[in-house]
Design a protein around this ligand. Structure first.
Ligand code: DCM
Ligand code: DCM
Ligand code: DCM
Ligand code: ZN
Ligand code: ZN
Length: 261
């Protein structure tokens, strides 16, 4: 996601933290964040240019057309490096944060900022897109009249167009609308989003598997090279974007609540 997508997931997440998790997050956040997780939710994007090893941790590309994610195939030993994808990164930073309150070799402030960012990214369907088109980056389209690539449409354009058209260009109004959906439209599903198999602290394999399925069903569908994407595409995909932002926020909170319980 772009800065708005990340700010949205982190705002939703911080509003759902238990008292214990909220206190730990407050302690770990840098002072300049003023206890606002969303203000540093895009930190991982600003540092990838000099922390070069981190740039591969924002996504988990999958083989074309299969529409499945498999850790051993898509993350485990990529180019001879272990866990080099967003799913591995979520597992690793979750494990680091479990050291909270102990003597640790890890920088837990960085671990919190990375985990909060990558939990958003794993929910962007094209961050689990195909290796062959770099998650849609190599697919040139038009977003209404503007030249764009399909990855950027999903990172930013759908969200920005929605904010302009429906929410007075006000991100807080869009966040409120998603929060209302969480408590009403999706209320029966939230416990399922939060759940994690066999006492695990976080379940990013599930989040990535859903992601590539959504990429095949919604992002790639009817969006080939040189297509013009306008109202038909925008209005049918916006509910998917809102759902993925909601799931990312709910699961970041659930993961942090399990880490710091
Ligand atoms: N890595 C990490 N935290 C660090 C350093 C590295 O999570 N402080 C991850 C990024 C790569 C893997 O470890 O997935 C190997 O990194 P490197 O390229 O530095 O060997
Ligand atoms: N950071 C950290 N430990 C440090 C320095 C920085 O964990 N010694 C993290 C927390 C800060 C971020 O990195 O939010 C640095 O942010 P910036 O690049 O905006 O200074
Ligand atoms: N990206 C991706 N898959 C790739 C390469 C990049 O999902 N194989 C993502 C990471 C960024 C965006 O696409 O969100 C743009 O990448 P970059 O800044 O590396 O061009
Ligand atoms: Zn992206
Ligand atoms: Zn990212």
């Amino acid at each position: 996601w772009g800065t708005d997508g990340h700010a949205i997931t982190c705002k939703i997440a911080q509003s759902r933290l238990s008292d214990t998790a909220a206190a730990a997050v407050k302690k770990l956040l840098p002072d300049y964040a003023q206890n606002d997780l969303s203000s540093v939710c895009s930190w991982a994007d600003r540092v990838k240019f000099y922390l070069k090893w981190s740039s591969a941790l924002h996504f988990a590309d999958t083989p074309p057309k299969l529409c499945t994610f498999q850790y051993d195939r898509d993350c485990k030993d990529l180019n001879g490096v272990k866990d080099r994808c967003v799913v591995g990164a979520i597992n690793n930073y979750t494990t680091q944060l479990l050291d909270y309150g102990k003597d640790t070799k890890y920088n837990l402030t960085q671990a919190l900022l990375f985990l909060s960012h990558f939990m958003g990214d794993v929910h962007q369907p094209l961050h689990t897109g195909f290796t062959t088109d770099k998650g849609g980056n190599l697919i040139d389209v038009h977003w209404f009249t503007r030249k764009q690539n399909l990855h950027h449409v999903w990172d930013a354009n759908i969200i920005e167009t929605a904010e302009e058209r429906f929410y007075d260009t006000n991100i807080d109004k869009y966040i409120s609308a998603i929060q209302e959906n969480i408590t009403k439209t999706w209320s029966d599903e939230v416990a399922g989003w939060e759940a994690c198999s066999s006492n695990k602290t976080t379940c990013p394999d599930i989040y990535a598997s859903e992601g590539i399925k959504a990429a095949c069903q919604w992002a790639y569908k009817d969006a080939p090279e040189d297509s013009v994407l306008e109202d038909d595409y925008f209005l049918s995909r916006l509910p998917i974007v809102s759902l993925r932002l909601a799931e990312g926020g709910v699961r970041l909170a659930a993961t942090l609540n399990r880490i710091f319980q």
